[in-house]
Design a protein around this ligand. Structure first.
Ligand code: CAA
Length: 258
């Protein structure tokens, strides 16, 4: 497997699909794969032709976590200075909509990656978990933090402390995934939803994402102020006028991104 092949990509109209491609290791996220993913997302953020991204794996695995063989070679200092830290930060900072299409194993860093997406669509064969505790470690890329926000403290605590794996139905009832599909349909469904999002006014989409993400970090009064200011800023865009005029003129809007 060459470095370039670790991440496959396909672009259809404004939707970029990035496929993790280490099937021989259940798509374990080695450093090079994470770096490639972060780099591609940075490029996609700057490319106005790309309006939404779908991250996926294969039918058996989204990703089974950090690469344990690689981890075995590291210590606290190399981990702290590792390029992975920057890669995770860039992945979570991606400003355009990002959907995760998850089939099969979605464990450890794989689950943490899926939770960096804006929402997760899963195959009925999906299995989610933070099994790091079984390796004598803890989640290190958001698993103790984002999981709480998705599923609540008690369920996150149970998953992180037991290392238990939950199936797609449980993940849906916990609120970790928005929708369950036949495995062959997972990616198709995620791409269809990404295309729908990509057809909306780009500035409004990015601002909406930014506002919703901040709901976790801000107090309600701060979040409401941030939302109001964002709302006013979006209202200064050409696309806002186009969206409203198109509605009034009973036609499809033609957005320019301005
Ligand atoms: N890292 C490296 N290699 C992995 C891997 C991982 N996370 N997961 C699977 N593989 C490799 C296996 O070592 C095996 O390779 P070899 O043939 O060379 O031995 C190959 O993938 C196939 O794996 P299995 O034979 O184990 O396949 P299985 O179908 O029996 O089991 C599985 C699948 C349940 C996913 C099992 O492989 C497993 O439990 N993997 C580890 C899951 C895990 O603990 N993830 C957390 C990692 S730590 C982390 O992610 C830290 C962090 O957040 C920062």
């Amino acid at each position: 497997m060459t470095e370039a092949n670790l991440l496959l990509e396909q672009q259809k109209d404004a939707v970029l699909t990035l496929q993790l491609n280490r099937p021989e290791a259940h798509n374990a996220l080695n450093t090079q794969l994470l770096i490639n993913l972060a780099q591609r997302l940075r490029q996609a953020d700057a490319d106005h032709h790309i309006k939404a991204v779908v991250i996926t794996g294969n039918l058996k695995s989204f990703a089974a976590g950090a690469d344990i063989k690689e981890m075995a070679q590291q210590n606290a200092i190399t981990l702290h200075q590792d390029a992975r830290v920057r890669a995770w930060s860039d992945i979570s900072a991606f400003s355009k909509p990002m959907l995760a299409a998850v089939n099969g194993f979605c464990l450890g860093g794989g689950c943490e990656l899926a939770m960096c997406a804006d929402y997760i669509i899963a195959g009925n064969n999906a299995k989610f978990g933070q099994p790091e505790i079984k390796l004598g470690i803890i989640p290190g890329a958001g698993g103790t933090q984002r999981l709480v926000r998705y599923v609540g403290q008690a369920r996150a605590m149970q998953m992180v402390l037991t290392g238990n794996i939950i199936n797609a139905d449980q993940a849906e009832s916990y609120g970790l995934v928005t929708q369950i599909c036949e495995p062959q349909q997972t990616l198709i469904e995620a791409q269809a939803q990404a295309a729908k999002i990509a057809a909306h006014a780009p500035l409004a989409v990015r601002m909406a994402k930014d506002c919703v993400k901040r709901a976790n970090d801000l107090q309600l009064s701060q979040g409401l102020t941030f939302e109001r200011r964002s709302y006013c800023l979006v209202s200064a865009s050409d696309d806002r006028n186009e969206g409203i005029n198109a509605f009034l003129e009973k036609r499809k809007p033609n957005y320019t991104g301005n």
